[in-house]
Design a protein around this ligand. Sequence first.
Ligand code: GLU
Length: 469
Amino acid sequence: MDESAAISYSPGLMSAPAPVRVRFAPSPTGYLHVGGARTALFNWLYARRTGGTFVLRIEDTDNARNSQAAVDVILSGLRWLGLDWDEGPLTGDADGPVKGAFGPYFQSRRGEIYRRRAEELKAKGMAYEKDGALFFRMTRDPVTIPDQVVGDVVRPLTDREAVDPDWVLIRSDGVPVFHFVNVVDDLEMGITHVIRGEDHLSNTAKHIALFRAFGAEPPKYAHIPLILNLDGSKMSKRDQGASVQSYVDEGYLPEAVINYLSLLGWSSKAATNELFTRDEIAPLFELADINRSNARFDLKKLEHFHFEHARRLSPERFVSIGVEALKKVGIETAGFDPAYVRAALLTAQEKGKLFKELPIWTDFYFVNDDAVVYDAEAKTKALTPASVSALEQLASRFQSLPEYTAAALEAALKGLATELGVKVGVLIAPCRVGCTGRTVGPSLYHLLEVLGRDRVARRLARARTVAAS
Ligand code: GLU
């Protein structure tokens, strides 16, 4: 037995670290920026890794710009990504329902708290009024910011601050400034770790001084590198991929967006590959593994992640997202046999296309056999008098198959091509265009199997008539 360990063990002196409480504190600007989503994700991951609490707080002190719709955009973006919060508002309404005991979670509803905290600083001699505004008596000494990502940072005073480092807490119009409300809320909400964008690093000296003025220990800070465009420029609202809503609209999988965002500024030494789900990343997520250098946003790489995740998706989830994507463009699948809908959509899964493109790949399954829309170019190329006989013979071979399976259909088509002494393409092109209207789509034999004997027979017959005319 290790005697020294036994002797030094003193449970009374060992206090467990406080449970982790982190927060995502967006200002409602009208959209959820991809950088904000990544900040939310890192906070979420850290909370889940540590068994802590993830708080959502709306920083809407700038009343003129904020609206319920702007908050709803944030909430729905987070929900789409699957980043569930343990505390915070449940709707974009500042007076609406919330969960958690540290509310209100909208700064616009916390005025009383800010006034009380301002009085406290005044009473301590740490704040004073001048010209109708309330100023904070900022420390004259340099403040070291102990940052978990960047390391210790000392922010030198600017020339102006060297003359007078004090700063406004509450403006003369009564509106408290960002630094003040941000710190008061982190304090009141018991936030233990502040994980946020590096653009806030330069504010942190003020924040730390304020915590100290309240006699409180500042939270631990982790400033995460910015997300830049591929060319190194700063990502603005108009840049492609800047808004989370654009991923929803384009039909990316949230799994892919999460996976990609997680790797924008973080990489795990413990991981053997880059493909993760949210729940696979969470146990690996260490603040120490956050990169120091800025990340560059690469839409091509995100597309690749979508492709990989779409192929790995459970059939149930692929089909349910697919049905919604079709509904969005007015294609109703409700009237069809669910087994048919499922089989039809699954023929497109292997392709890993964005869900926005799914209708192009699968719309033909959900039209009447006499209403298949032929792409004009495809029709000119494939449905010509020269293909009439091929369509006729193919239809009769297919019709006589004892089993209507992809393998049997393929054997029949190839067998016929050999007998006729033609390339398979000569048969494939009119068959595909006749059944789907297009030259591209899911694997031909699989889509024929799914359409089934009767649909295929009717479609080939119609194609033959069209080709002959
Ligand atoms: N409302 C601030 C922002 O959106 C949050 C700053 C912070 O996370 O402390 O940038």
